[in-house]
Design a binder for this molecule. Structure first.
Ligand SMILES: [Zn+2]
Ligand SMILES: [Zn+2]
Length: 335
């Protein structure tokens, strides 16, 4: 099969012919229809996340069709459309797994990082960690739900009881979550890089009540600020934007160093938390909402062989909405 392979971190992916994987016990083999591109893929390719699997195939927003089931795999039927997310497997036994916090498992496996992902024509996955995809989404529309949507949703859960929410960085995750926020009648304040008028207009077009530069303060204090951009200097800026008792949520897997800041902007029970990975419960809750509310995702697609170009666009921040790869461009043409 054709796959884009990371031979060495900090080098471009290489298009290669590799064997189609064989599903083991409890695993399914999927023909990949679409694989979304997430910022985390960039952190893996650029060597900012340690110890990826050797000769890794990246990609953890995978939409595929079940073509084969390994021994004992019964959750999905042949021909069913399934999504493979970032959390690929957990041990099921550590203190985190046994206390409802499998996102923090001591021995986790991550799709497109420590297991092969979806920048390929085929992928095998542990069926227990896959989700059925609601029929109201096309393959392209569904791809960004798998991580931008799902892990974004885990961050957004910190804002469940809040009315005024700030989003720092308005990319794939924010463009999905703002629609859930609108549905729940919450006000979104969207911050972007100074001068990034395109992102500011994009957020307003999706219903943000205010948008502006990340260096400015919102017109009213916020209850929660969620930082999607991997930029540590946003943490003190977001602390200044929240009300007492408020929370700053760091949503990414990677962030540059946070500069020191005066204690008084943390005082009065403001909190800084990070969000790691996802649990299957997050997925169930998220897809329940996503099947009641049709989330409009804006997805720009590329053929598999163009993965390096697509990643470069993301690296340069030249993206409104989300990006995805289509392994079989014949399908791309027929859609
Ligand atoms: Zn565990
Ligand atoms: Zn991701």
């Amino acid at each position: 099969m054709k796959a884009m392979v990371l031979e060495r971190p900090k080098s471009p992916l290489v298009l290669k012919d590799v064997p189609i994987p064989e599903p083991g016990p409890g695993e399914i083999l999927l023909e990949v229809l679409v694989c979304g591109i997430c910022r985390t893929d960039l952190h893996v390719v650029d060597g900012e996340l340690p110890n990826p699997k050797p000769n890794l195939i990246p990609g953890h927003e995978v939409i595929g069709i079940v073509r084969k089931r390994g021994p004992g795999a019964t959750k999905f039927s042949i021909g069913e459309r399934v999504g493979v997310p970032w959390l690929g497997k957990t041990c099921g036994q550590c203190k985190f797994c046994s206390s409802g916090r499998e996102n923090l498992c001591d021995q986790p496996e991550f799709t497109g990082y420590t297991r092969d992902g979806g920048y390929a024509e085929w992928i095998k996955a542990d069926e227990r960690f896959c989700f059925p995809i609601p029929s109201l989404y096309t393959d392209e529309e569904a791809a960004p739900l798998l991580c931008a949507g799902l892990i974004g949703f885990r961050s957004y859960k910190h804002a469940e009881k809040s009315d005024r929410i700030g989003f720092y960085g308005f990319g794939a995750a924010a463009h999905i979550l703002i629609q859930i926020a609108n549905y729940q009648k919450k006000a979104i304040y969207a911050f972007s890089k100074p001068g990034d008028i395109e992102s500011q207009n994009f957020s307003l077009s999706l219903g943000a009540v205010w948008s502006g530069d990340s260096t400015t303060l919102p017109p009213v204090p916020l209850d929660v600020a969620i930082i999607f951009a991997p930029v540590g200097s946003l943490v003190p800026q977001a602390l200044r934007a929240i009300e007492k008792g408020g929370t700053v949520v760091c949503a990414g897997i990677y962030m540059s160093d946070i500069p020191s800041f005066p204690y008084k902007i943390l005082w009065e029970e403001r909190k800084i938390v990070s969000v790691a990975n996802l649990s299957r419960k997050d997925g169930e809750e998220f897809f329940k909402i996503a099947s009641q509310l049709k989330i409009q995702t804006q997805v720009q697609t590329f053929p598999l062989s163009e993965a390096n170009n697509a990643l470069q666009r993301l690296r340069e921040g030249k993206v409104q909405g989300a990006l995805a790869l289509i392994p079989n461009s014949m399908q791309c043409n027929s859609n």
